[in-house]
Design a protein around this ligand. Structure first.
Ligand code: GLN
Length: 341
C-alpha cells in the first residue's frame, strides 16, 4: 500500500502525517485482545490489560503520542540494554565480553543455562546476562549502584524516574528462578560473593517506572547517538550505542528475535511489564505499552504495531527499497516530500 504524504511536504505536514499514523496504529490494534498479563511476578498481575500507548520520538526531539502514553509501568527487561551500555562505558568492551557473550540463545529469557564452551551467559538481553552485567556494576559501585542506574535511565528519559516498591518487593520475594541463575553464575565465578546484593539491584532496576513516552525518548536517545534529543544531555558514548543496538537487534526479543529481525528489522527490546522499545538509527525511538504478552513474553499489541509501522515507514534495515533511513530524517529536518509505503 502506498500512502502519499499530502500537503506541501513541509516538516509541519510530515509531522502531521506521523501523528495520524500513530493514531491509526493505536486505533487499529486496540482490537487485539489476546495474550496474558504476566503473573509470575505477582504484582504485575495488577496491570490494567486495556492500557495501550503508542509513541514515537524523533532524533530531532519531536514527540508523537497516542493512547495511554503517560501511564507508568515497570521497565523490566527494557532495562537490559541500558545497564549493558553503562557497563560498556565503565569497563570497556573486552572486560564485559569476558563475562557475557553476544550470541542469541534461542531459549526463553529466564532459562537457567550458560553457553556451551564458554560457560558465560549467551547475551546481556536475557536474565543470566543481565544479572551478570548488573553484578559487574555492583562490584564497582557497591551500595550506590542503583542510584547510578536510576540517574542514567533518568537522563535517557529526560526526567527523574522512580521505582515501584511493590513490584520490586514482589519479585524479590518470588524471584527464585533468578536466584538460581545468580548462583549458577557464582559457581562459574562470573559474579562476586555478594550475589544477593547484586540481585537486589537487578530487581530494583526491573521495577523502574517508565511511561510509553519515556521509553520512546530513551529509544530516541539511542537513535540520536546517545544524546537525549529533548534535553540535549549526553547519556551514552556513540561507540557503546553501536554495541547496544547490535545486541538488541540479534537478541532483544528473546526467542522471537529471529522472527523480529525478519519481520521488523530494527533493534528492539521488550519487557514483561508490557513495554516494547525499538530504535531506528539516527531517526526515531518507537515505544508501545500494552501489558498482554505472547508466549515469548513480548507484548502482543506491541509486536503488531511495530511490524506494521516498520512496513508503513519502510524501516527494515535490509529492505533495498528502504525509505526509512532517509524518509524520516529528510521529512523532519529538511521538510522534503517523501512517500510512506
Ligand atoms: N524482572 C523480570 C525477570 O527477571 C524481567 C524479565 C523480562 O522482562 N522479560 O524475570
Amino acid at each position: 500500500m502506498t500512502i502519499r504524504v499530502s500537503g506541501d511536504g513541509s516538516a509541519g505536514s510530515a509531522a502531521h502525517e506521523l501523528q495520524l499514523l500513530v493514531d491509526e496504529m493505536h486505533a487499529n490494534y486496540a482490537s487485539v485482545t489476546d495474550g496474558e498479563v504476566a503473573t509470575y511476578i505477582p504484582e504485575l498481575a495488577t496491570a490494567n490489560p486495556d492500557h495501550f500507548g503508542v509513541c514515537i520520538v524523533t532524533a530531532s526531539g519531536h514527540v508523537f503520542a497516542a493512547g495511554d502514553c503517560d501511564v507508568p509501568f515497570t521497565i523490566q527487561s527494557v532495562s537490559k540494554p541500558f545497564t549493558f551500555g553503562m557497563a560498556l562505558e565503565e569497563f570497556g568492551h573486552e572486560r564485559v565480553w569476558q563475562h557475557v557473550d553476544v550470541e542469541p540463545s534461542g531459549d526463553a529469557f529466564n532459562s537457567i543455562e550458560l553457553r556451551n564452551g564458554t560457560n558465560r551467559p549467551h547475551n546481556p538481553m536475557i536474565n543470566s546476562g543481565a544479572i551478570t552485567v548488573t553484578a559487574l556494576l555492583h562490584q564497582h559501585h557497591g551500595a550506590a549502584t542503583f542510584d547510578h542506574v536510576l540517574a542514567c535511565f533518568s537522563a535517557a528519559a529526560g526526567r527523574q524516574l522512580s521505582f515501584d516498591r511493590a513490584v520490586y518487593e514482589s519479585e524479590r520475594r518470588t524471584g527464585h528462578r533468578n536466584r538460581a541463575i545468580a548462583h549458577l553464575l557464582l559457581n562459574f565465578g562470573l559474579v562476586a560473593e555478594d550475589v544477593e546484593a547484586a540481585l537486589d539491584v537487578y530487581f530494583r532496576q526491573c521495577a523502574i517506572l517508565v511511561t510509553c513516552r519515556d521509553l520512546a525518548t530513551m529509544g530516541a536517545t539511542l537513535a540520536n547517538m546517545g544524546r537525549n534529543p529533548i534535553t540535549d544531555d549526553g547519556v551514552f558514548d556513540v561507540r557503546c550505542v553501536k554495541d547496544m543496538l547490535s545486541i538488541m537487534f540479534t537478541c532483544g526479543m528473546y526467542d522471537y528475535s529471529g522472527q523480529w529481525a525478519y519481520r521488523v528489522g530494527v533493534p528492539a527490546k521488550s519487557g514483561v511489564g508490557g513495554g516494547v522499545m525499538a530504535v531506528v538509527n539516527r531517526q526515531i525511538g518507537i515505544a508501545t505499552y500494552s501489558p498482554k504478552l505472547d508466549a515469548h513474553g513480548n507484548s502482543r499489541r506491541g509486536i503488531e504495531v511495530c511490524v506494521d509501522l516498520a512496513s508503513r515507514l519502510g524501516l527494515h534495515a535490509f529492505d533495498c527499497l528502504n525509505v526509512g533511513s532517509s524518509f524520516l530524517g529528510g521529512m523532519l529536518a529538511e521538510g522534503s516530500t517523501t512517500r510512506v509505503r
